[in-house]
Write a new protein. Structure first.
Length: 178
């Protein structure tokens, strides 16, 4: 008879892996009557030892992955389940953050378009202002030219006002007043 530790050392796996394998079906029913507890240790008969070694030889690749996946012979430890839950939670956070990034990028593109439209509006208004200033300058120059022309011809505003009443006299007043 051998202990679980001795069998585990011969196979090259941990004592926990052997215990887990023994507790699973169909090995647990096959080992009934082939195990005994002596001084608080589980002892396995030679036939039981062969069954355990045979069970491990069938699943040899999974025992080599024990350190990487946290699984022993297809069984998943509780920390691995917690890791899966954490992974799902992290994936959820990542998807929320990605959605937020997509939304912000869309808003940024919209703001860029608004800025471009405002820049075009500013350009148009600047051109219109320049044209209005040129028109105002031309009108001012024309008005100055008209005033200068009047000064050169000698006509002032008073002279023009003085003539107007004479032209507006009626024929009756011209006849009697001379």
């Amino acid at each position: 008879m051998k202990t679980i530790r001795q069998i585990a050392d011969e196979i090259g796996v941990s004592k926990q892996a052997v215990f887990k394998k023994i507790k699973r079906e169909p090995l647990s029913t096959s080992l009934q009557g082939l195990t005994a507890t002596v001084d608080g240790r589980l002892m396995v008969e030679v036939d039981g030892e062969k069954l355990i070694k045979q069970a491990f030889s069938e699943n040899a690749p999974s025992t080599t992955d024990n350190r990487l996946t946290g699984a022993v012979d297809g069984l998943v430890d509780a920390p691995s389940t917690k890791n899966d839950e954490k992974t799902v939670a992290v994936d959820g956070v990542i998807s929320v953050l990605q959605a937020t990034i997509d939304t912000l990028q869309g808003q940024l593109e919209m703001k860029d378009r608004q800025i471009e439209q405002q820049a075009q509006t500013i350009t148009r208004l600047t051109d219109a202002l320049a044209a209005a200033q040129q028109t105002a300058a031309a009108a001012q120059a024309l008005h100055a030219g008209t005033i200068q022309q009047q000064l050169l011809t000698g006509e002032t505003g008073a002279e023009q006002q003085g003539r107007e009443p004479e032209q507006k006299r009626s024929w009756f007043s011209r006849l009697f007043r001379g």
